[in-house]
Design a protein around this ligand. Structure first.
Ligand code: SAM
Length: 263
């Protein structure tokens, strides 16, 4: 289940995207939802594919103890520099170099495991979800953010790239070119929910992320416009039909509190 590419080559492009208004919109929407679902005020959270540490830092700032893992030494280095600049949060953060196939946790379990912006770079979702699900403590949450397969072609159509949009839609494409110029794979929320349910989790309502602003490449709103945009995206993010057109899907599922019986 290797990444589709060596992420080190696009790491700095990702960091630039992450701090753009479009990047911030997704972090704000996802963090708000995830924080609301954490089972305790001081949760043990695992952030798999933590990149430059944006969600790791946000979760630690909210009082949680966070382990960020990433297989890219470059991305982890960027995360470590950001953590180093926050001595108030650093004691609650642990960073480890590892990929989803080699998570070094033995019997350790977490109140929440998040894996955001990673599954689209992997060949399939099922193996990743199996590994992540196994690390969630009873009553804990699994949070997955990935490209929305159901909306592939929507961005292209809104940008006026009509031929490409039609081609993606008419062929029911499972992959398209993403923000970093790489072809990335999509999953539907329903398929992700089915996978987590297969591991004994109860799916929570899913979010569509970046519905109305995904195609605005150079979007640079002032603070008031950004706040209005964020509230509008938030309102749409859990409502049909809007959420179905989000560029990304954010699915959450809670592990039951009962020990599972082996058949
Ligand atoms: C688009 S970034 C997302 C970073 C961060 N999670 C976020 O949402 O801002 C994708 C990250 O996935 C990491 N990654 C790639 N393959 C991975 C794998 N097999 N296991 C875990 N992380 C992986 C990359 O190194 C990169 O840091």
């Amino acid at each position: 289940m290797d990444a589709l590419t060596d992420f080190a080559t696009v790491g700095s492009a990702y960091s630039a995207h992450s701090v753009s208004a479009r990047g911030r919109l997704r972090h704000d929407l996802v963090a708000r939802r995830l924080l609301a679902e954490l089972p305790t005020a001081h949760a043990r959270v695992l952030d798999v594919g933590c990149g430059d540490g944006e969600m790791t830092l946000r979760l630690a700032a909210a009082g949680h103890r966070v382990t960020g893992v990433d297989p890219s030494a470059e991305m982890l280095g960027a995360a470590a520099r950001r953590v180093g600049a926050r001595p108030d949060l650093a004691p609650r953060i642990r960073l480890l170099e590892a990929g989803i196939d080699g998570l070094p946790f033995g019997r350790e379990r977490f109140d929440a495991v998040c894996c955001h912006g990673v599954l689209m770079y992997l060949d399939d979702a099922a193996g990743a979800i199996a590994r992540l699900a196994g690390l969630v403590a009873r009553g804990g949450v699994l949070s997955i953010l990935t490209k929305n397969r159901a909306a592939i072609g929507f961005r292209e159509a809104l940008r006026g790239e009509y031929r490409e949009a039609r081609d993606l839609m008419e062929h029911g494409a499972a992959a398209s070119v993403g923000n970093l110029g790489l072809e990335t794979r999509g999953d539907t929320a329903e398929a992700l929910d089915e996978l987590t349910a297969g591991h004994g989790f109860a799916p929570l309502p899913w979010q569509g992320v970046r519905i109305f602003h995904d195609h605005h490449v150079d979007w640079a709103p002032g603070p008031e416009e950004y706040a209005q945009a964020l509230q509008t995206e938030w309102a749409a993010s859990t409502r049909d039909p809007y959420r179905q057109l989000g560029r990304l899907v954010h699915t959450l599922a809670r592990r039951g509190t009962e020990r599972r019986r082996t058949p």
